[in-house]
Design a protein around this ligand. Structure first.
Ligand code: SF4
Length: 292
């Protein structure tokens, strides 16, 4: 972690010496919550709940982040890789269907260490889609399910809201590498996703063209339903959104329906859509260091 290039920001800071890059984290893993989570897609949460570990810090820092308390707010407790592995097994004992690594990218080496020896449940890598291929390759054989966002097809929007104009190109390369590792989706007899890629896209108010671009790119990458697609409706304005007029409201029913229509028009049937009433705060759990 000296000269860190773990993610596309390539800050080249010495995290081992205490320096911090865009993600805001040094070389010791920090997390804000480890608990069963029931608000993922049904094939991820199942009946037992997903064993979610929410890591502190984030390299993308979107202005509309719902988890800002941990992505940029500094909430979190330090844990060793050994302790992280103990946490995985504690969640499994509680009945977790899988281990769900939420915003893990800037701790990929430590997580890879904690995963050595394997786990008796699938490992889900739940990330923003802003990944380098090199870092993903460190996880080859350790991750069963990739659950990446695909936020932007429009570089200008990616620059405006996440300061990452390279996001579209980075995300496409990352999705290809994820699929190379896992292959097409595999479900068990209960309908749980045990292998593959499930891509998420949060529709932003006033930016349907971006959503259409994401759907086009996804369709081109996975023309035969090799990966799943989750079209998410729960955009909720944050304080930081007040500087961005388009983001000062929730999605309308019409906007979301147009996005769903376009998804079906492009032949995507392997996916999830939501009710607009899903836009509730229950999706954000308390980051109170539970389970650490
Ligand atoms: S992981 Fe953090 S320090 Fe390293 S390149 Fe990314 S943002 Fe910068």
């Amino acid at each position: 972690m000296s000269g860190c290039t773990l993610c596309p920001r390539a800050c080249r800071v010495d995290r081992g010496a205490g320096q911090r890059g865009v993600c805001g984290e040094r070389d010791t893993v920090r997390a804000a919550r480890a608990a069963l989570h029931f608000w993922e897609e049904p094939c991820i949460s199942g009946e037992g709940g997903s064993g979610a570990v929410f890591f502190s810090g984030c390299a993308l820092r979107c202005v509309y982040c719902q988890n800002a308390a941990i992505s940029r707010g500094g909430v979190g407790a330090e844990i060793s890789s050994q302790r992280l592995r103990e946490i995985f097994f504690s969640l499994i004992e509680q009945g977790a269907e899988n281990i769900n690594l939420v915003t893990p990218s800037h701790f990929a080496p430590q997580i890879a260490e904690a995963l050595q020896g394997g786990l008796p449940v699938p490992v889900v890598y739940n990330c923003a889609g802003y990944e380098t291929v090199e870092t993903l390759r460190r996880l080859d054989g350790l991750v069963d399910v990739y659950l990446p966002d695909f936020k932007y097809a429009d570089p200008a929007l990616a620059a405006a809201y996440s300061n990452a104009a390279d996001y579209p190109a980075v995300a496409v390369a990352a999705l290809k590498e994820m699929y190379r590792q896992t292959g097409a989706q595999v479900f068990d007899s209960r309908g749980m996703l045990i292998k593959g890629v499930q891509v998420r896209h949060l529709v932003l108010p006033g930016h349907l063209e971006n959503t259409y671009g994401v759907i086009d790119a996804f369709s081109a990458l996975f023309p035969h339903g090799e990966a799943g697609f989750s079209l998410m409706s729960q955009f909720t304005p944050t304080d930081a959104c007040k500087h961005f007029p388009a983001l000062c409201r929730r999605l309308t029913q019409e906007e979301y329906e147009r996005a769903v229509d376009y998804m079906y028009l492009c032949g995507i049937e392997n996916g999830f859509v939501q009710e607009l009433s899903s836009a509730k705060e229950e999706y954000t759990p308390p980051f109170d260091l539970t389970g650490l």
